[in-house]
Write a protein that binds this ligand. Structure first.
Ligand SMILES: N[C@@H](CCC(=O)N[C@@H](CS)C(=O)NCC(=O)O)C(=O)O
Length: 210
C-alpha cells in the first residue's frame, strides 16, 4: 500500500487537528515535521501555497486541514465523529472558527502586526463570536453536538487552546467553566497526547529533491 505522508508542524492548530483525525481513523502516516522558515522543496512541489498540513498518498494531495480530516473520516470513522445529519452544522462551526475567529485570534496573538486594532476590543469580539456560543452549548452537553465527540470538537479545540495560550493568566480569569472543562479533557486525551509526539525536523534527501 502507498505510504501516507503528512507534512506537519507540531504546534500548528491546523496540523494538530489533521493529525488527530488521521490517528483516530487508524491511518498509518509518516509525519514529516517541517521548519516553517525552510519549507522542504518536496512539500512546496506538491503544494506551492506553503502551508501545513499537507497530506500526500501517491498522487493524492490534500493541503487543507479540514479536508484532510474529512478524508480521514471517509476512510474510517469508528465513533461516528461525522454524522450525516450534523454535517451542515459542523461545517458552520468550523467555518466560523477558521474564518472570523482565527482572524481575531491572530490579532490577539500578534497585536504588533495589527496596529489599527485594540487588544481589549479584539478579545471581546473573539469571546462574543466563539467563546460565548461554545460556553452556552457546553453548559448543556459535554460536547458541541451532545453526549459524544464530533468532528466539530476536534476541529475547533486546537484553536481554543491557542487562544488560551496567548495569555494563560487572562484566560484563567475568564468565567468559562464549561469551555475549560471541555478544553482540558481534550488536552489530556490519549489521542491528543499521542499526536503531540516530537519528531526531528524533516529534511529532503537527494532522492526527494528530484
Ligand atoms: N487553511 C489552511 C491553513 C493552514 C495554515 O495556515 N498553517 C500555518 C501554520 S499554523 C502555516 O503553514 N503557515 C505558513 C507559514 O507560517 O509560513 C489549513 O486549514 O490547512
Amino acid at each position: 500500500m502507498t505510504q501516507t505522508i503528512l507534512y506537519s508542524y507540531r504546534r500548528c492548530p491546523y496540523a494538530m487537528r489533521a493529525r488527530m483525525a488521521l490517528a483516530y481513523a487508524g491511518i498509518d502516516v509518516e509525519i514529516r515535521e517541517i521548519s516553517l522558515r525552510e519549507k522542504p522543496s518536496s512539500m512546496l512541489a506538491i503544494s506551492p501555497k506553503g502551508t501545513v498540513p499537507v497530506l500526500r498518498q501517491g498522487t493524492l494531495v490534500i493541503d487543507e486541514s479540514y479536508l484532510i480530516m474529512r478524508w480521514a473520516l471517509s476512510q474510517s470513522d469508528p465513533d461516528e465523529w461525522l454524522k450525516k445529519e450534523l454535517e451542515a452544522s459542523i461545517d458552520q462551526w468550523v467555518a466560523r472558527n477558521d474564518g472570523p475567529f482565527k482572524k481575531l485570534l491572530d490579532q490577539y496573538k500578534y497585536p504588533d502586526r495589527f496596529p489599527e486594532t485594540n487588544l481589549s476590543d479584539t478579545l471581546s469580539k473573539a469571546i462574543e463570536l466563539q467563546l460565548n456560543p461554545l460556553e452556552t452549548q457546553l453548559k448543556q452537553t459535554p460536547y458541541i453536538f451532545g453526549e459524544k465527540i464530533s468532528l466539530a470538537d476536534i476541529a475547533i479545540f486546537p484553536f481554543i487552546r491557542q487562544f488560551m495560550m496567548v495569555d494563560v493568566a487572562k484566560f484563567d480569569q475568564l468565567d468559562f467553566v464549561a469551555v475549560k472543562r471541555w478544553l482540558n479533557e481534550h488536552l489530556e486525551s490519549a489521542l491528543f497526547l499521542k499526536i503531540m509526539t516530537r519528531y526531528p525536523t524533516w529534511e529532503d534527501s537527494g532522492l526527494e529533491k528530484k
